[in-house]
Design a binder for this molecule. Structure first.
Ligand code: GLC
Length: 417
């Protein structure tokens, strides 16, 4: 059920405490290296996509290094694509031959990854695609790579989608049985309506029931087409910055935005739209200020590495998080009556009862906080704990900031109540 942000059950507190997670999109699409939807965009048939399966050999794969990079970035959970829309499985499923152990890679890639991330203390999330453009019984529809191929559409008559549904449920059972504690299941995605697929196609009600039976307390995202049925825990807007805290039936809810460093989820060699560190931190701060989590994605290469563009950003974010973590972890929107001035965001740590003013544009000395007078006992720059002088005029609290902007990407003033 949608989780009330003001009344988070104990079993889900780890999620809102975490605030920052790592999404990992990894599969055969890392070889073409031009988006995880390459099979769809380029209308590639299974037989023509096979060359990637035959050459998938991530010889530099080191999940311990991945886990350490995520931990150092300040990430507290991760979500891995066990299978994406292409149908290729990173794990040793007994229900298909289309899996990593049958490629030159020769092994289950999921198990060492889960072990490595658990070793670093991160919670475990499995992304699993409801969609499967490889499975012989998955019917061609408006999302399918062969959607414009009349012959492929005609062959739907020979496909038994019920058999695919059983395969889908069987693989989710394998994932939630064979890999220990799974904290978060992240299905993707439903597209009900004409020539689409939704809850009845997936058997979503039964699938959700099975997840909760196999992994009591597991967190479930919102893409099983069970919105009206309340068959979800976390709302997952993607690639957007929401305007205000998300609500359901008038109540603030727990939510998570998933985002890429660049435009592609899978490794994309030639893409240039990489967000800067400032943009990424702003994204994180803005998200938390509105009560959400940020699930930030890396697409590893087909050699099994995070590329330098990702590693440099993760490292820079970690450096900021090392000093500013208490302005993010377990934080959420400021209490009523506290409104951030232009060019700033406010987060609030209820455990510490402190406000955090994230200064996105460094002012010339004075920063005026209307309505804060008499409500702040002490102020300091968070990164070095250096005092910030305060003055009040009426109901306005004025912070006298150093003229020179501190040498951190986004300075934060810690306001003691
Ligand atoms: C979109 C993309 C899909 C990606 C997902 C992550 O649905 O199409 O490839 O896995 O976003 O949220």
């Amino acid at each position: 059920m949608p989780i009330d942000a003001n009344n988070v059950p104990e079993s889900f507190r780890w999620f809102v405490e975490s605030r920052l997670g790592l999404f990992i999109h990894w599969g055969l699409y890392a070889l073409p290296a031009r988006h995880e939807w390459v099979k769809n965009f380029e209308r590639i048939r299974n037989e023509d996509y096979q060359k990637y399966f035959d050459r998938f050999d991530p010889d530099l794969y080191d999940p311990k290094a991945w886990a350490k990079a995520a931990k150092a970035a300040g990430m507290r959970y991760f979500v891995i694509t066990t299978k994406h829309h292409e149908g290729f499985c990173l794990f040793d499923s007994q229900l298909t031959d289309y899996k990593a152990p049958n490629t030159p890679c020769g092994r289950d890639l999921l198990r060492p990854m889960v072990e490595a991330f658990r070793e670093e203390g991160l919670k475990v999330g499995f992304y699993h695609s409801l969609i499967d453009w490889h499975h012989p019984d998955y019917t061609v529809d408006r999302m399918h790579p062969l959607r414009d191929d009349a012959e492929a559409r005609a062959a739907n008559a020979q496909r038994d989608f019920k058999r695919y549904r059983e395969y889908l449920h069987g693989q989710v059972r394998e994932l939630l049985t064979n890999y220990g504690r799974v904290d978060y299941i992240w299905f993707d995605f439903s597209y009900p309506g004409p020539d689409g697929k939704g809850r009845d196609d997936w058997g979503s009600e039964e699938l959700l029931k099975m997840c909760r039976e196999l992994q009591p307390g597991i967190l479930v995202n919102d893409r099983l087409d069970l919105d009206e049925q309340g068959g979800w825990d976390v709302k997952t807007p993607e690639q957007v910055m929401v305007r205000e805290p998300l609500r359901h039936n008038g109540k603030p809810i727990v939510w998570e935005t998933c985002q890429t460093f660049s435009g592609s989820w899978g490794y994309h060699r030639d893409e240039a739209t990489w967000k800067t560190v400032d943009q990424l931190l702003y994204l994180l701060i803005d998200t938390v200020s509105k009560g959400g989590n940020l699930l930030l994605n890396v697409g590893p290469t087909a050699r099994g590495e995070f590329d330098d563009r990702a590693l440099s950003r993760l490292s820079a974010m970690g450096e900021w998080m090392r000093r500013h973590g208490r302005a993010i972890y377990g934080c959420g929107p400021a209490p009523a009556g506290f409104v951030a001035p232009d060019g700033c965001r406010l987060t609030y740590n209820p455990d510490l009862d402190r406000l955090y003013l994230h200064v996105l544009h460094w002012p010339i000395q004075d920063l005026h906080l209307d309505g804060f007078a008499g409500k702040v006992a002490y102020a300091q720059l968070l990164h070095d704990a250096s005092e910030v002088a305060m003055a009040t005029h009426g109901d306005t609290l004025t912070l006298r900031l150093p003229v020179i902007k501190p040498t951190v990407p986004i300075p934060v003033v810690e306001l003691y109540r």
